[in-house]
Design a protein around this ligand. Sequence first.
Ligand code: GP9
Ligand code: MN
Length: 633
Amino acid sequence: MNNKLVNLKNNIKEFLLRHLYILYTIIAVTIKTINYEKLISPTFFSIKFILPPVLSSIIVICSISLLFKNKGRTRFLYFFNLIISILLIADSAYYRYFKDCISLSVIRNGILLSGVSSSLKDLLYPSDFIYLIDCIILIPLIRIFKGYFNKTAIFKIRFAEFLILLCIALPINILKIYDLTIEQPTLISTMVNKMYIAKVIGIVNFQVIDAYNVISTKVKDLKTLPPARQKEIKNYLKKKDSYTTSNFTGAAKGKNLIMIQVEALQQFVIGAKMNGQEITPNLNRWMGKSLYFNNYFYQVASGVTSDAEFLSNNSLYPADSGAAYYMYCNDTYDSLARQMNNNCYYTTAINGYKEGFWNRNVMYKAEDFHDYFAERNYNINETVGLGLSDKSWLNQTLPMMKNFKQPYFSFLITLSSHYPYDDQKGYGNFDVGKYKGTLLGNYLNGIHYTDAQLGMFLDNLEKQGMLDNSIVVLYGDHFAIPKNSIEDLYNFENIKNPTNLDWYELQKVPMFIHFPHDENKGVNSMYSSQIDLYPTIANLFGLDKKYMFGSDLLNTQNNVVTFRNGSFTDGKYFYVSFEDSYYDIDDKKTIKPTSKLKAMKEDSLTQLQYSDDILNHNLMKTFLKDDSKDKKR
Ligand code: GP9
Ligand code: MN
C-alpha cells in the first residue's frame, strides 16, 4: 500500500515536472496577451469575455509542442513565448501610433513601419519590456535545469496528451471565432476592422488568421502566369482604351480635383420628396449645376466602402473574395493618385475615422497618396454614429485644403450617414412620415443631415473662390438599405411584385462632376458604374490612360456595367447572374439570350478573370516596368 502511494506520488511528481514548462508557457503568454488586450480595450475590457479565446488559442499552439521530444519541445515553447513577446511589444507601439494591429502584410510592405520607427522612442514604454524579462531569465535556467526542462515521455503518451489538450481547447477557440463570424459575417475575410477582431478573439488568433490570409494570397501569386496570358490581358486593356472621339480631353488639366465619396448615398433619394420636402435639397441643387450621371451603379463586393474606393481610384474590379484593400495591399497600382503625382499634383486621402479601418493606412501608400489625414489629425469635438460628425469634419477640412499646395487632388470619404443611421437625432429633424422608426426612415433623416453638411461645404468652397480652379466629383459608395430591409424601399418606390431587375435598378448611386462656373451642366443617362470614374477623370485631366477596365464616359458609345457576381447590363438588357436570366429593361420581362448577349456575358466574365489575374500576380508592376523599359528604348 505504502509502496503504491510512493509510486503514485513519484508519478505525479514526474508528470508535473515533465509538464511544468508547458504549463508555465501557457500561463506566461496568457498573462502577457491579456495585458495587451487591456491596452487596446481601455473602456470595455472584460477578463471573462477575453480569457476563453486567448487561453484556448494559446493552449492549441502549445499543445503542438507535445509532439516534439526533449530539446525540441523546450525550443518550441521558448520561441513561441519569445515571438509572442516581441510581437506584443511591436503591436503595443503600433497601436499607440495607428490605433490598429500589425498585419503580416504591413511587415512585408515595410513603408508603413518607417512612420512608427521614426517615433519609436515615444511609442515604446519601458514597461513594454517586461514582456521580455522571462525570456531572458529562461536562457540560463534552461541550461542549468535542462534535465527537467527537456524531460519528455515516449511518443505514444505525448501524442495522447497532445490530443487531449487539443480536444479541450480547439472547440472553445473555434466556437469563439464562429460566434464572431455570425455577428459580422465578412469581418474575418475582409479584415475591415482588425482591432475589433483582436479585441473579440484575441491577438494570437488575429495573427494566425492574418498570417493564413497573407500566405494564401502569396501562394496564388506563386503560380506564374504564362507570358502569353499576360500579353493577352495587356492587349485587351489597350484595345479597350481606343476611342474615336476626344471630348473634354485635357479640359481640366492643371485644375484641382476634389473627389468626395459619400457614405451610403443611394440614387433613390435624389430629387425625391417626403411630405413635400426634398430629402437632399443641397445635392439636388449642386447636381443641377453639374454634369450629373443618373444611371451610375455601385459595384462593390465584400470590401464595401473600400471596394468603392478601389474601383474609383484604380478602375479594377474588387477582389473575388475578401477585400482588395486588405488582400492586395502589397500590389503595385497605376492609381489615380499615382498619375496625378506624375503630373506634379499634391495628393491626399481625407477621412475622419480610424486610419487602420479598411487597411486604409496601408493601401493609401500602395495607391501612392502623398498624405492621409484621418481621425488623429482632427479635433473630435462632435460625433455622429461611428465617429467625428460630417459637419465638424468638413468644417475642419476646408481650411486644411485651403493651405494645400496647388494643384492638388483630394479624396474625401464621409462617415456620418453610416448604417444604422440612428445617431443624427439631435442634428436632423426631417419628417419621415410613416417610415418613422424604420431603417428607411432613419436613413432618410441620416442622409438629409449629410446632405446639409455637403451643401454647406460646397457652398463654402464656392464662396471662398476655391471652385474657380477645381473640379468636384461626388458619388455614393454603396447601398444604404440592405436586402433584409428592402420591403420598405419597394413601398417607398411604389414597386409591386418586385423582380430582381427592380432590385438591381435600385442599386444606383448618384455621381456628378462639377466644373468651374457651373459649366457643362446637364444629365448623362448612359448606364455606367464606379469602374468608369478613373478613365473619365483621366481623360478630363489629360492623364496617361492605361490598364483600366472602365470606360471614359465622355467618349464611349456603348457602355456595359459588369458586377462582381457576373451580372451585367448595357442599359437595354440586364443579366442577373444569380437567377441566370436576362431582362428587357423597358418592358421588365425576361427574354431568351441573343448571341450578342451571350458574347457580352463572356466578355464580362473575361474581364473579371483578367482583373483577378492582375491582382493575384501583381501584373500592374510588370506592365509598368515593361512600359518604362519601352520608353527608355
Ligand atoms: C469608415 C467607413 C465605413 O470610414 O468608410 O465603411 P463601411 O462599413 O461602410 O464599409
Ligand atoms: Mn460605406
